[in-house]
Write a protein that binds this ligand. Structure first.
Ligand SMILES: CC(C)(COP(=O)(O)OP(=O)(O)OC[C@H]1O[C@@H](n2cnc3c(N)ncnc32)[C@H](O)[C@@H]1OP(=O)(O)O)[C@@H](O)C(=O)NCCC(=O)NCCS
Length: 216
């Protein structure tokens, strides 16, 4: 286990902080569903470990408990999800486990036309700091060994990767959150809300302009 891996520094951390990432509410379940359904078969395979059908993806989204889990989203200018990640604390099943520190799983996906711009990295870093602020000490990701982009993100974050038979389990040991990390996440939340509000206003203004232009 890679204990207390250092927080990411440099360009990634700056880029991640600058990316508005909003937490979705349960009423926005359908947005997340739409994003996942837009993934091609190969991407579904990479995201879920098998090429899930539309119905199976629907069932997965239906099962998300927004009281315990967090769905993070990056919105494009049309308020479509360009990227999204599901953060899920792993329930403790035994008394022994209950004594250990908490762990959580994270899965993410970026729309094919938005890749290579750091959104995957930004979502991952945001999930890591969210985990720290919740007192989660270990973040887990399941991915396939062939998933070079995801393995790259995991390695850069200092995750320990265990590979076997084409599958890879990646673990990141986290230091407890601090006042500074809590404030930083709070600021990021506010920035994301502001970004979303501005994009919504711009979209409404554009639609109103188009309607006027069409009637003229
Ligand atoms: C994996 C995924 C989330 C990456 O998203 P992204 O926004 O393109 O990622 P980033 O732009 O942050 O790039 C991450 C790194 O991977 C590298 N990378 C991207 N595509 C790559 C590829 N095909 N081969 C090797 N490296 C690649 C990037 O260069 C970057 O490294 P760098 O920062 O050193 O330049 C995205 O490809 C995806 O949604 N795939 C389908 C679903 C999936 O695999 N989910 C992960 C499993 S839960």
């Amino acid at each position: 286990m890679n204990i207390n891996s250092p927080p990411p520094t440099g360009l990634d951390a700056h880029r991640a902080r600058a990316t508005p990432i909003r937490e979705l509410g349960s009423s926005e379940r359908s947005l997340f569903l739409k994003h996942l359904l837009s993934l091609e078969t190969e991407d579904r395979y990479l995201r879920f470990g098998s090429p899930l059908s539309d119905a199976a993806i629907g069932a997965y989204v239906d099962r998300i408990d927004f009281r315990t889990d967090t769905v993070f989203g990056v919105f494009d200018d049309r308020l479509k999800l360009a990227a999204a990640g599901h953060f899920a604390p792993i329930p403790k099943s035994t008394a022994l486990e209950a004594k250990t520190l908490r762990s959580a799983e994270f899965g993410l996906s970026v729309a094919s036309d938005a890749r290579g711009r750091g959104l995957g990295t930004a979502l991952f870093l945001r999930a890591s700091s969210h985990a720290r602020n919740l007192g989660v000490s270990s973040l887990f990701m399941h991915c396939l060994s062939e998933n070079r982009a995801m393995i790259r993100i995991a390695r850069r974050a200092g995750m320990e990767i265990e590979q076997s038979r084409g599958e890879a389990d990646a673990y990141l040991s986290l230091e407890p959150g601090t006042v500074a990390t809590a404030i930083e996440e709070g600021v990021q939340r506010q920035i994301a809300l502001f970004d979303f509000a501005v994009k919504r206003q711009m979209l409404l203004a554009f639609k109103a302009f188009k309607a006027v232009a069409a009637g003229a």
